[in-house]
Write a protein that binds this ligand. Structure first.
Ligand code: NAD
Length: 507
């Protein structure tokens, strides 16, 4: 159903009226297409903290480091300044936007805050972003790079956890269709370790005192390899593909990414199976995976065979009419994919809403069975049989209801929270035992037939109660699934990505 309010606020009288009344101002989102493959404006690369401890001169240091970024664009050594990674500059260059150290109107800003290890060092974050946040182009991106809060160093943990609150708050206030995320790189804390490999090169402006406090010893293992592990994530977040993702915290592992041989068709040679693919989000996932070069098998219940066949024909996919709860579902999937699966997307899902007091057991059981139990069972069986090949990707579908809970959805929220438990637990073990990653998307309000059927006022509330003041589209969820599915997303594992425009519901 068309979002008429979004259309209205795009007109001059609509903008005027809604501003005067203090109503939400949704900005049209720039989504990926062949015509709009990139964000508008250059990528500004800034550094905060530099691992050198906090000093009184934080603002000046951030400015100096911003200057270092400028040199990087001219070929100088950004990685050494960032301390994160010699490879970071290379990875950012691969995003496809010109990387600069200063810009009047950046399309994206990457702030390397991996070196922020003290509360005072957070001043660098303010100093780096305060001058640029207002000039970010509409639909822009801010990505803060951090490290995992350390269990051994409460100062580092406080500083790094602070970044989460910062990012989530900035996401809520930035407006104009812009988004803000935190990506945690796999730093390890070495207590008492010597200063990390940060050589502050001779790029300081003359008035900057770099304090001679020793760095607190956060090391990013592998340097360039760490940055390479973040490449697919940064490509996704710094592109129109992540239009409806904001306020998210993504934690990367130190796994070595697999190479992508053809960036235009990164899933070429891989077979992807998508459940619930006849319509809605599943059809969009199938479409985006096909766009990325995968051979797609589109599975849905036999009851929607015609719709499934139409969708499959449109995408050049193979239809597989099958109820995912069937006892032999895994065997039939394996038979349909004799060469194995590179990507398995558990998207099929149902709702049977009622408050618990009015909910018969059948409503409870059917939702748990489709949304969770069948996912657990088929995943276990397909992994055990080796149908999901090494380097494979499993993506399940949770929901913000599984994070925040929802009135009348004890069954649905339980099933979706169960998905979150599944991916967090299985992700590391599946990587170790099978070379497979396991992640989940958690959609918020997505414009599908399901949400079109929601009563007007509840639908309007669902659409507006997020930082982007609008509903997402099925393709927004599909792009997130495609990011998880990338061959070089190996370091993305056990993650739950909310695709909800930073909904007010949940964290
Ligand atoms: P939808 O109802 O439009 O599509 C779901 C598809 O799953 C249908 O084609 C249906 O036939 C299929 N399906 C149902 N039971 C099945 C079974 N037993 N075996 C095989 N296929 C089966 O729903 P949607 O809005 O596209 O949602 C897709 C997924 O995203 C679901 O898991 C849903 O819970 C989740 N989700 C959706 C939203 C939203 O706003 N639309 C929000 C959060 C989560």
């Amino acid at each position: 159903m068309a979002d008429r309010y979004l259309h209205f606020t795009g007109t001059a009288p609509g903008r005027f009226l809604t501003r005067r009344l203090g109503l939400p101002q949704p900005a049209p989102l720039r989504r990926w297409s062949l015509d709009t493959p990139r964000l508008e404006g250059p990528l500004l690369h800034l550094t905060a903290g530099s691992g050198a401890g906090a000093g009184a001169d934080t603002g000046a240091r951030a400015r100096a480091q911003a200057g270092a970024g400028a040199r990087a664009s001219a070929g100088a050594d950004v990685g050494a300044v960032a301390g994160t990674a010699a490879g970071l500059a290379e990875v950012l260059a691969g995003v496809g936007l010109p990387v600069v150290g200063r810009a009047d109107r950046p399309g994206a800003v990457v702030l390397d805050a991996t070196g922020v290890t003290t509360a005072a060092g957070l001043g660098d974050v303010h100093a780096a972003l305060h001058p640029v946040v207002r000039s970010l182009a509409p639909g822009g991106r801010i990505v803060v790079l951090g490290t995992v809060p350390s269990p051994d160093d409460h100062h580092q943990a406080a500083a790094q956890q602070a970044l989460e609150g910062f990012v989530r708050s900035l996401g809520k206030e930035i407006g104009r269709g812009s988004t803000v995320q935190l990506v945690r790189l796999p730093g390890v804390r070495a207590p008492g370790a010597p200063a990390p490999d940060v050589q502050v090169p001779d790029v300081r402006v003359p008035d900057v005192r770099v304090p001679d406090v020793p760095a607190s010893g956060i090391r990013l293992p592998g340097g360039g390899a760490t940055a390479q592990g973040a490449a697919s994530t940064l490509r996704f977040l710094l592109s129109p593909r992540s239009a409806y993702v904001s306020g998210q915290v993504i934690e990367l592992t130190d796994a070595t990414p697999e190479p992508v041989t053809d960036p235009a068709a990164p899933l070429a040679g891989r077979t992807a199976l998508v459940t619930g693919a006849a319509r809605g989000i599943g059809a969009a996932v199938a479409s985006v995976l096909a766009r990325d070069g995968a051979r797609v098998i589109a599975l849905d219940v036999p009851g929607v065979r015609e719709e499934l066949e139409r969708t499959a024909a449109r995408l050049g996919a193979t239809p597989l009419p099958l109820d995912i709860t069937a006892p032999d579902a895994a065997d039939r999937i394996a038979a349909a994919a004799p060469d194995g699966l590179g990507v398995l997307v558990h998207n099929a899902g149902i709702t049977r809403d009622r408050r618990l007091a009015n909910m018969p057991a059948e409503r409870w059981t059917s939702v748990i069975e489709v949304n969770l139990d069948s996912v657990l069972r088929t995943t276990d069986e397909l992994l055990k049989a080796g149908t999901i090949r090494r380097g494979g990707r499993i993506v399940a579908t949770a929901s913000i209801a599984g994070i925040a809970g929802n009135n009348g959805q004890t069954n649905y929220a339980a099933s979706k929270a169960g998905i979150i438990g599944l991916v967090r637990s299985l992700g590391p073990r599946a990587a170790a035992d099978h070379g497979v990653t396991v992640n989940a998307v958690a959609p918020g309000f997505i414009e599908t037939k399901m949400t079109a059927a929601v009563p007007f006022f509840i639908r309007e509330a669902g659409r507006r109660m997020n930082s982007l003041s609008q509903g997402g589209l099925p393709v927004d969820v599909a792009e997130a699934v495609a990011w998880f599915a990338q061959p070089d997303s190996t370091a993305v594992n056990g993650q739950v990505l909310r695709v909800c425009g930073q909904s007010l519901l949940g964290a």
